[in-house]
Design a protein around this ligand. Structure first.
Ligand SMILES: CC(C)(COP(=O)(O)OP(=O)(O)OC[C@H]1O[C@@H](n2cnc3c(N)ncnc32)[C@H](O)[C@@H]1OP(=O)(O)O)[C@@H](O)C(=O)NCCC(=O)NCCS
Length: 157
């Protein structure tokens, strides 16, 4: 069963390995390789921040990917994710995104989510569309051509 769990201290290393995966770097706005020290500092800041939610996507409790939401504006968060290379092509991303949306909506973390997908990243585009995101146009983000997708949450009464 696919599920999400919050990231814990012990996940620091696996997140480092996943972050430096070649395809993940190529699909990121900043394509530079991440050093361990930079990662450790980033990880500590994210874990301590009330403006970030980090989750591990699991299948039968086995980690298969990660999802992060960072508040960028009042009520709005930016989402990013990756699936471990050996687990790609099985639809984990769309499932993980849907689960993350449910969690942040339930927790009142945000009500609007934006995804910035580097042009050409077809698996990511499809995953966000499959999870209910709507394409809202293209934008140049730090000199990089991106497709922008939005998800606006419906209030549950
Ligand atoms: C993007 C990523 C998260 C997608 O994860 P995934 O769960 O493995 O996605 P899948 O391979 O199952 O693909 C999802 C959909 O895209 C489609 N797809 C995949 N590659 C495609 C391609 N080259 N062209 C067209 N469609 C493609 C799949 O057929 C699938 O469609 P379906 O749901 O209709 O069957 C994963 O590839 C990844 O971690 N990439 C590196 C990091 C990254 O790019 N993160 C996103 C940054 S915005």
């Amino acid at each position: 069963m696919v599920d999400l769990r919050p990231v814990c201290q012990e996940d620091c290393q696996i997140l480092f390995i996943w972050a430096n995966d070649e395809v993940t770097r190529a699909n990121s706005i900043n394509t530079s390789v991440i050093t361990w020290n930079t990662h450790m500092q980033w990880f500590r800041e994210k874990m301590d921040s009330l403006k970030s939610c980090l989750y591990i996507i699991t299948d039968n409790d086995k980690p298969v990917g990660q999802i992060r939401l960072d508040i960028v504006d009042e009520g709005s968060a930016e989402i990013s994710l990756s699936v471990a290379p050996q687990h790609r092509g099985k639809g984990y991303a769309a499932l993980g995104i849907s689960l993350a949306l449910q969690k942040v909506m339930r927790d009142g973390f945000c009500y609007r989510v934006v995804a910035k997908v580097k042009a050409g990243n077809k698996a990511s585009v499809k995953s966000f569309i499959n999870a209910g995101f709507k394409y809202s146009g293209d934008k140049i983000v730090q000199n990089t051509h991106c497709h922008i997708f939005n998800y606006i949450m419906q209030k549950i009464n």
